[in-house]
Design a protein around this ligand. Sequence first.
Ligand SMILES: Cc1cc2nc3c(=O)[nH]c(=O)nc-3n(C[C@H](O)[C@H](O)[C@H](O)COP(=O)(O)OP(=O)(O)OC[C@H]3O[C@@H](n4cnc5c(N)ncnc54)[C@H](O)[C@@H]3O)c2cc1C
Length: 388
Amino acid sequence: MNLDLSPRERELAKLGREFCDKVLLPLEMVVEEHGELPHDRREGVRQAVRDWGLAGINHSKADGGLGLTMLEQTVIEEQLGRTTNGLWTCVWRPPVSLRFGSPEQKRDYLLPSNQGRRRGAFAITEPGSGSDNRAVETRADRRGDKWVLNGEKWFVTSYNTSDFVIVHAHVDGDPDKPTLFLVDSSAPKLRHLRSPKFMHNYAFDHAELRLEGVEVGDERMLGRIGQGFELTKDWFVETRLQIASHTLGAATRAAEIANAHAGSRVQFGKPIRDFQAVEFMLADMAVDIYAAKSMLYRLAAEMDRGLDRKIIHARASALKLFCSEMAGRVVDKALQILGGRGYMRENPVERLYRDVRVDRIWEGTSEIQRVVIGGQLRKRGLDVYTGW
Ligand SMILES: Cc1cc2nc3c(=O)[nH]c(=O)nc-3n(C[C@H](O)[C@H](O)[C@H](O)COP(=O)(O)OP(=O)(O)OC[C@H]3O[C@@H](n4cnc5c(N)ncnc54)[C@H](O)[C@@H]3O)c2cc1C
């Protein structure tokens, strides 16, 4: 068992850290002030992603991406996760489901997405369908040689920096026919309803959309009728690893800030770390991070070694659950150690506190991850998690 990162993995982690420090961190207060990344700053960041060689981080070279292993992506994403206000999303990850597109779809959507010339958002959630994806009401009906899409989508992340949306709809309104469609943002009858404010500030938005008879041809169907969940399953696995990486980066940054503060802040004549109450918080934070990092790197390496897809799915849920909850615990303790300073918006820990809360909600809530894990235990036994 080799537990060392390779020189290349270390190099990529360093690249991610430098990009984060030099390009993203200076934008944190800009987003804090404006509630999003101002439009006139967006092209500059996009160009920086290209210049730093980070475009197409999650796709193969054949599809115009970087061809990185999962562990290589992970060590970069971990560093990006140090940023607040969702700035990590500036390093775009074109949807995994585009890999399963036709050669024309890859040419028109995946390739330009990897190059940063296009960007896609993903729309599955609806007012009546969150955790329960089968309750999706957006439907696709055949009219002549077109598909007609009707429905409402919520929380469509990064819509205002995207020029297409992958819409999850049920053909004929049948939940057994979940299907993905590529819808250009410019499509007539696709209405942007609003982009509400959220607890975190985010570089882009989370939009609400209505499809009011949007027409698309067969060439905009991704995969086949009924393949909607199958194509997004791999995506959910990757986004769960991505969330684990970001929360690890966020927790590590918060812990570093708290650790430094505990050494320099003097009360009652001594550094506050000399109070065991504070030191025990730091100890718990370090252990939490240690466990999360071990889990994350292990699963990423296992994926690179070709671990069975079903086991990957099972473990990705456990990883996402643990890392998102770990970050909540760590950032909360970091804020406590900082006292009133931790509650100030100019303090990164305050922003991290707000930022990591959503990680227990999106890409499957903590409860849904437990449902998945419980199901795996019943189906495959404890060994999926306890075996080595
Ligand atoms: C900032 C943000 C960005 C998002 N971005 C996107 C996006 O880009 N595209 C997209 O499609 N969606 C997006 N989402 C939606 C996100 O995936 C959903 O919010 C999430 O899946 C939960 O759905 P819900 O909010 O409807 O909650 P619900 O499903 O209504 O759940 C409410 C509560 O009930 C619990 N619950 C539900 N079912 C069960 C069960 N079976 N067992 C136990 N407990 C259960 C949940 O865990 C939760 O605590 C985003 C959400 C947010 C907040």
